[in-house]
Design a protein around this ligand. Sequence first.
Ligand code: NAD
Length: 379
Amino acid sequence: MSQKEYIGFNSITQVGEILRERNPKEIFLITGKSSYDRCGAKSILEPMLCSCRTICFSPVDETPGIKDIQSGITILSQQSCDLVIAVGGGSIMDVAKSINILSLNPGSIEEYLIKKKKMICRGRPLVAIPTTAGTGSESTRFAVVYVKKTKYSLDHDLMLPDYAIVDPQLTMTVPRYITASTGMDALTQAIESYWSIHANETSKSYAKEAIELSMKVLPDVCNNPSAESREAMMKAAHLAGKAINLSKTTACHALSYPMTSYFGVAHGHAVALTLGEMMGYNDGVREEDVLDVRGKNYVQRTMKEVFSLLGAGNSGEAARKINHLMSAVGLQTKLSQLGIKTGEQLETIVKSGFDSERINNNPRALTEQAVRGILKKIA
Ligand code: NAD
């Protein structure tokens, strides 16, 4: 499925072009409660949308969950909307993608999320407009949904938004911590994509550019943001999204979900915590635990390429670069600094993280023992 992209400052005004092309009668507009106004999108979009009936919806919860998706589906099913516009961070875009597709596929949300029932119908045309620079959800076929504390993913080609509007202006208001955590999400996604067992030449070229851009710009965009650094970070996040759309993410993402759902660590911060340690782990791949069908030598070569993209000569140096970068943008690098204790709490991450489907995309197999060892190193 192809997507139309509008990238750069003021690209949000291209919504006017989309409205002329689609001529919708009724629009379903999904936004964050306060970020829609704060990021400046509301004042630009409102005059454009006034010519057609617009149904507005904002999720109640900060993390994407079944309750909000069900409320959105109920409202959308009672209306005759023929265009959906999502404006927000990854959470809002994922809720919008879920509402849109599930509203036209029969059956309960749980059937699709948990029992993996196959989606057969496209949603309505969807315009995705990110207001954070991190997830790249505007360019992926995934939507994350938490059921109680377990993370699930909807995953289908039909879920790729029809339009992605990637306007860095909308991220100018993002505070430092969210800029840092979302930025680290983009970098981690790009690195995981590069070493994923599903990586191919195309995903690697997106990932390479995303890694180079985010390594270069992350300190500036967090500590001294400018129009240029916001633009570069937004581009990096979008490219990382395109990369994982092909390759999916791996162990760092798998281990992050319980850190977020049980201990409230922001998504991007959580994925970055194990990134440094995974460098050494994956570099130590052996014939007996390689998961990539291209073999051990391929994985080792890939890891060397990752180190080189980070400006490092080996796994230890690469891990130090990641830790140094996290500290430079104000992110803690230890679980204890985030209130997560060894013992029962660490075991919760081992058990729930190990269950995630993403763990098997890692180039080197992980045992519970290996995961425990990695987490203890960052305790
Ligand atoms: P988020 O969407 O949860 O937003 C974080 C915070 O930033 C919120 O409080 C929000 O109100 C605020 N915010 C958003 N835009 C703002 C702006 N312009 N100015 C000021 N504040 C603003 O965070 P996120 O990191 O963008 O998204 C995380 C979610 O995305 C997680 O659920 C994660 O699993 C998911 N995700 C999805 C994909 C995918 O492909 N679908 C990929 C990666 C991550």
